[in-house]
Design a protein around this ligand. Structure first.
Ligand code: PLP
Length: 374
């Protein structure tokens, strides 16, 4: 978190610990703090404050959008369109709906990880209720043609949700221009606290709430608000908006320094989705003849925190669904590293990675019989 974010949150744990639903001044003070945060989050994505629903994070926002629309509009039909490279919060939600009798069209993506809007046009049916396509991918950073998809959805009069967890705060987002009806955001991706997020719900959109209870958030998300988290989210959103241009330029510079430097120092590496429009902070690098887990652990020992393109689920190591969807083999997917930078990183930190990673790759390649043959 940015230090200003934790500083803004502290009073909500002590002197300003009111419940925003209480009528007394103490509660109303907390309500004012929540309203201010709502204003900042709305401004970051060009929404109206009344279109922001606070909830527990990106996962809940994706669930609320998809299940909420599905439940409220199932009389129209039971068909959803999505892509193969969505975050698990969307992927598993759609899979769950499939088990409940919904039909899902899983759109393929290009080798650069992009959805083709024409494929969406072709997939639309009279019973299509929702299109859900993420704005930017969390593993490879590719930015989807959301505005074009938004126009198609609007023409066909179909609800359109986009997971904006990765894009918000890294690139300019205008929900009106993008023509999305629902847009998910998470505070911890913009230097805010974990466990808080928001769903943009365009005015006039009907969706069934996930939670029933006291009718908070205009009957959209019951439960006493996480005031401190929301206040931190608001502060983070304000700072993300104010710093967007300069910080994304800085992230891009650092990312390019990392990629150019690694390509110059290490043979047989590739930047995944390099030629696509990407977020300024994400770099997914495939290292031939080196095993991803080994790279992550060796970097960790050197104080560098990165992830692989693979996710470990229930004890078995599955290759990343994103990397296999863009045509990588399971071996290639296992040899991929994901670097996520932010504007607080420094050129010195990037140079440190450039210094330590070549030696790590050399050492791991020594263990590869295939590399020796090459
Ligand atoms: N969607 C995307 C694209 C993400 O990257 C993430 C988190 O990494 C989520 C959804 C889930 O957000 P949260 O961790 O706030 O539940």
């Amino acid at each position: 978190m940015r230090p200003e974010v934790s500083a803004a949150m502290l009073p909500a744990f002590s002197e300003d610990f009111g419940n925003p639903s209480s009528i007394h001044w103490f509660g109303q003070q907390a309500k004012t703090m929540v309203d201010q945060a709502r204003h900042h989050v709305a401004r970051l994505i060009h929404a109206e404050p009344s279109e922001i629903v606070f909830l527990s994070g990106g996962t809940e926002a994706d669930n609320m959008a998809i299940r909420g629309i599905a439940d409220a509009h199932k009389s129209k039909g039971r068909h959803i369109i999505t892509s193969r490279i969505e975050h698990h919060a969307v992927l598993h939600t759609c899979k769950d709906l499939e088990k409940q009798g919904w039909e899902v069209t899983w759109l393929e993506v290009s080798r650069d990880g992009l959805v083709n809007p024409d494929d969406i046009r072709k997939a639309i049916r009279p019973d299509t209720v929702l299109i859900t396509v993420m704005h930017a991918n969390n593993e490879i950073g590719t930015v989807q043609p959301i505005e074009e998809i938004g126009n198609i959805a609007e023409e066909a009069d179909i609800y359109f949700h986009s997971d904006g967890v990765q894009s918000t705060g890294k690139i300019a987002v205008d929900v009106k221009k993008l023509k999305v009806d629902l847009y998910s955001i998470s505070a911890h991706k913009i230097h805010g606290p974990k466990g808080v997020g928001a769903l943009f719900v365009r005015k006039g959109t009907t969706l069934k709430p996930l939670l029933t209870g006291g009718g908070h958030e205009r009957n959209r998300r019951s439960g006493t608000e996480n005031v401190a988290g929301i206040v931190g989210f608001g502060q983070a959103a304000k700072m993300a908006r104010e710093g967007l241009e300069s910080e994304s330029a800085l992230m891009r510079q650092l990312r390019d320094r990392l990629e150019t430097g690694l390509k110059a120092r290490i043979p047989l590496i590739h930047i995944n989705a390099e030629s696509a429009l990407r977020l300024p902070n994400t770099s997914n690098i495939m290292v031939d003849y080196a095993e991803g887990e080994g790279l992550v652990i060796s970097l960790d020992l050197k104080g560098v925190a990165v992830s692989t393109g693979s996710a470990c689920s229930s004890g078995s190591l599955e290759p990343s669904h994103v990397l296999t969807a863009i045509g990588k083999t399971p071996d290639e997917a296992h040899g991929s590293l994901r670097f996520s930078l932010n504007a607080m990183n420094t050129a010195e930190e990037v140079d440190y990675v450039l210094e330590v990673l070549p030696g790590i790759v050399d050492r791991l390649r020594e263990l590869s019989p295939f590399y020796k043959r090459v």
